[in-house]
Design a protein around this ligand. Structure first.
Ligand code: SF4
Length: 512
């Protein structure tokens, strides 16, 4: 009998490792690797989400007649010990697994084969729409890659939102410029509120997992009791349908907005399920495009924005990951060496925008993309935090974070640590952006338009000090050269005051 090894983030029977195998002729191996769960202090909601989803999937397989050899984290040190025990007990002729999404696990397979005494066949992943090889072919040997070019190529090859003449629907590839609704726009629209996602069912499996996670990982952040995500495919599909029917329409216009009392706004929050296999990328895209063809369609700009997140960003960051690992993990083009502030883990962040994002992620394991990029990420970029520490923090805290998704997002997009390989400019912003795109500044001890003195928003000095530090690198970048020019026009006294204020902030909040 052969074995199919199902990794924690590959939980669907359309997984190619199942292809050609049946319940009668093969057995499934599933492993909750305690060592993997402890590599980083993973948020307890994330752990409960992974483990509950795994156990539900195992239950579904058993109900469909599969024999499942399931190894729980309390009894399982790591993948090697679990595979070895499986081999000793069942003597499979081989083990088949979908190519791991994680580089380190993929690299570990030859050693696992040797130490466990069984051939392990890794089959190409079908969890993405573009293979690693095809992405590499598309990327060629260019010194930089742009998501927008990749996205257009994907639209064309998959024929999504394309006219019969091969043109993008709506005569434009991307509606980003229209999809930047501000707080004022939201107020002008009557402050629309999202319809909350359907509540998840707390069955015995989930209750048991919550207890175990809180008991076994007491030092990890978060509280597993607050698990709020679907852990079965059925529930995930309900969430997808609900999003398309009730929130997709306003997703586009307000996708960059941040409202204190509505942290999720119109975001789909499907990425956690998508990234562990409870949903597939194409069914999410198909659902949104089908809505566009319905009698009461959402606006094209909303559908396009959602489709771009999946066939654009998701595929792109995965492609960059496999193209650039393992050296990508060590990039630090801006020589950023400042440690993370302690208040990321405990205590209250001193700035209200940071407090909102950090409190939300501690409570739920989730922030939407602008909170991640333009509040937290912006702060880490401007202060010059060490890229690998930032990557670890994002990877530990977010329920949808996996190494393949976070490496390029954090190192490339958020921190510009790859020197512009995947972003044409650093995503640096001052207080004006946060003030326009959120209602956070209302509750802050600082004022976004105050530049000096105790009420001055820290983003002001941090922003200009960033361009001061990196003026040589960015002077010739057409997208930011104007900022360098503006910095150089300031008087020496102004420049020194900004430098000193930024340095004092970093010394106070980022002690070594
Ligand atoms: Fe953030 Fe500055 Fe606004 Fe405070 S004033 S919330 S620190 S942007």
């Amino acid at each position: 009998m052969q074995t199919i090894w199902v990794i924690y983030d590959q939980l669907w029977t359309g997984n190619s490792a199942f292809s050609g195998y049946t319940a009668g002729t093969s057995r499934v191996l599933m492993i909750e690797s305690d060592a993997s769960f402890r590599k980083l202090p993973l948020h307890r909601i994330k752990l409960a989400f992974f483990i509950s989803a795994m156990r539900h999937f195992a239950e579904e397989l058993e109900a469909a007649g599969w024999q499942v050899d399931y190894h729980r984290h309390g009894d399982t040190k790591d993948y090697q010990s679990a595979i070895r025990s499986h081999v000793e007990k069942f003597r499979p002729s081989s083990i088949r697994v979908l190519a791991p999404n994680d580089y380190a696990l993929q690299q570990a397979i030859p050693a696992l084969e040797k130490k466990c005494g069984v051939p392990i066949e890794s089959v190409p992943t079908n969890q993405f729409l573009l293979s690693r090889e095809d992405f590499a072919k598309w990327a060629g040997s260019g010194k930089s890659l742009r998501m927008e070019n990749h996205y257009r190529a994907m639209r064309k090859s998959l024929r999504i939102l394309m006219t019969r003449d091969g043109e993008p629907e709506g005569d434009t590839w991307n509606f980003d410029a229209e999809n930047r609704g501000t707080v004022k726009d939201w107020e002008a629209a009557g402050t629309p509120r999202p319809s909350p996602a359907p509540e998840i069912r707390r069955d015995e499996i989930t209750e048991r997992v919550i207890f175990e996670v809180n008991d076994a990982f007491p030092k990890h952040p978060g509280d597993a009791n607050n698990l709020w995500l679907p852990t079965t495919r059925g529930e995930a599909l309900t969430w997808l349908r609900h999003f398309v029917e009730h929130r997709l329409g306003l997703f586009g216009p307000f996708e960059d907005l941040m409202i204190e009392r509505e942290p999720l706004l119109f975001h789909s929050v499907l990425s956690p399920m998508l990234n562990i296999g409870l949903l597939t990328p194409m069914e999410c895209v198909d659902a949104a495009v089908a809505a566009l063809r319905s009698e009461t369609p959402p606006p094209l700009r909303s559908v396009e924005g959602f489709v771009r997140q999946i066939i654009g960003w998701r595929e792109f960051v995965n492609g960059v990951y496999w193209l650039r690992m393992p050296e990508y993990h060590a990039v630090n083009a801006l020589a950023a060496e400042i440690p993370l502030p302690d208040w990321l883990w405990e205590g209250t962040p001193p700035m209200h925008c940071m407090e909102m994002a950090v409190t939300q992620v501690r409570d739920t394991g989730y922030n939407h993309h602008i909170q991640r990029l333009m509040v937290l990420g912006n702060y880490f970029l401007l202060t010059g935090c060490r890229p690998q520490e930032v990557l670890d923090w994002y990877s530990a805290m977010y329920v949808d974070a996996h190494d393949w998704v976070m490496a390029a997002n954090v190192l490339g997009m958020v921190l510009y640590a790859d020197g512009g390989f995947m972003a044409s400019k650093p995503y640096a912003a001052g207080a004006a952006y946060i003030s326009k795109m959120s209602d956070y500044c209302n509750g802050c001890r600082y004022k976004p338009n105050v530049k000096t003195g105790p009420e001055a928003c820290p983003f002001h000095s941090l922003y200009w000090a960033f361009y001061d530090r990196h003026q040589t690198r960015f002077a010739k970048n057409p997208r930011v050269a104007v900022m360098i020019g503006s910095w150089k026009k300031r008087t020496l006294d102004e420049q020194n005051e900004i430098r000193n204020t930024a340095a004092a902030w970093i010394a106070t909040h980022h002690p070594n």
